[in-house]
Design a protein. Structure first.
Length: 241
């Protein structure tokens, strides 16, 4: 508690010193001069140009979403990616997957199944990972190998589409990094944290169990002691008579 208060006091003191320096005009001049020099540098101009370009692309993306053309853009990208990597378009992809060797297709699905399980295990907990892997096995048994491979190809294509958007857009990349940071801070590695919590809960349950057992033994000893005291009292009273 004391160390925490000390850290807060140090932070407030540093903040007060910064506010004091920034409020004094003689200290503001070198800062403004340095900022103007930074704005005139080639590096800053390049960063600003990249940011403005990303801002325009973000506006175009928002316009596509508002006009309902994003799904069409995704379909076009996935179709082109399928033609470049598999040699067939999106319309002929399912037929191509049906002709694929079953051993090769099974290996691809098995690796994808393990990767999905590992991701859920790392991000959530063991129970969630087992549940998701069981559900994917159920989906595979119901819809078959070809359908699962087709959906996996679509999923990979969507991932490639969003990666291409982020890689060519500084604004969107910054937004995604911020979202990932918030997500990792709140949820990521929740599985390992939950594991520690479960261990602590098990230890607490063990302590409560032992405490209840001790209380029961003490209660039984109290009852035996009361009986012995009553018996002793009765014997002493009968001896006096």
């Amino acid at each position: 508690m004391v160390s925490r208060l000390l850290k807060i006091a140090i932070f407030v003191a540093i903040l007060a010193v910064l506010v004091f320096f920034l409020s004094q005009e003689e200290y503001q001049r070198p800062i403004k001069r340095a900022w103007r020099d930074v704005q005139k540098s080639e590096g800053w101009k390049s960063i600003k140009k990249t940011w403005d370009k990303g801002y325009k692309k973000t506006q175009q993306l928002i316009t596509k979403i508002q006009q309902g053309k994003l799904s069409e853009d995704m379909g076009t990208f996935i179709d082109q990616a399928s033609q470049s990597h598999l040699g067939v378009g999106l319309a002929d992809l399912e037929m191509y997957l049906q002709k694929m060797d079953s051993g090769r297709a099974g290996t691809v699905l098995f690796v994808a199944w393990l990767v999905i399980g590992y991701i859920f295990y790392s991000m959530t907990s063991t129970g969630s990972a087992v549940f998701v892997m069981a559900v994917t096995l159920l989906v595979h048994s119901v819809y078959g190998q070809t359908w699962c491979l087709y959906q996996l190809c679509i999923l990979v294509g969507l991932g490639m589409y969003f990666i291409s958007l982020i890689a060519n857009n500084a604004v969107l990349a910054a937004f995604v990094v911020f979202i990932i940071y918030v997500f990792t801070t709140l949820f990521f590695f929740m599985g390992s944290r939950r594991g520690d919590i479960y261990i602590l809960e098990e230890k607490m349950d063990g302590i409560h169990y032992r405490t209840s057992m001790v209380e029961q033994r003490v209660s039984r000893m109290d009852k035996k002691l009361d009986k012995w005291m009553k018996k002793k009292k009765n014997q002493s009273s009968s001896g006096d008579e």
